[in-house]
Design a protein around this ligand. Sequence first.
Ligand SMILES: [Zn+2]
Length: 137
Amino acid sequence: MDNFFSEIKNTADKVAKKSSELVEMSKVKLSMVNTKSEIGTNFKVLGELVYLSQKDGAEPDTKKIEETIAKINELYDRLDELSEVSSTLKNEKICPNCTKSNPADAQFCSGCGYKFTNNDPDDDDLNVEEITEVDVV
Ligand SMILES: [Zn+2]
């Protein structure tokens, strides 16, 4: 009897875990949508600033333009983070070349054909770091 109940509990736990992943996923997706639309809004602001500066022949409001660009950069960073979280949740990996998400075991990007390396540390250029460790006394 004990087994029977613990099995039910196990299944319930699994379902709960799965659904919390789904909730997490939809939260991430929602944030991505919001971030994208915020980027759009800021691009609109940026366009207006440039337009007005051209139209009036006045000095462009460089400070405001810089602020808007900084905000857009920030939003893009957030979008990157979100898509990383989302691909972790989906067990996918993002192509560093074209940012398309691929299955975790993909060897080539389905978007651009980029070849994924298996994070082999030996592939990285062997640096001078080890050599500089040597003490010359
Ligand atoms: Zn790609």
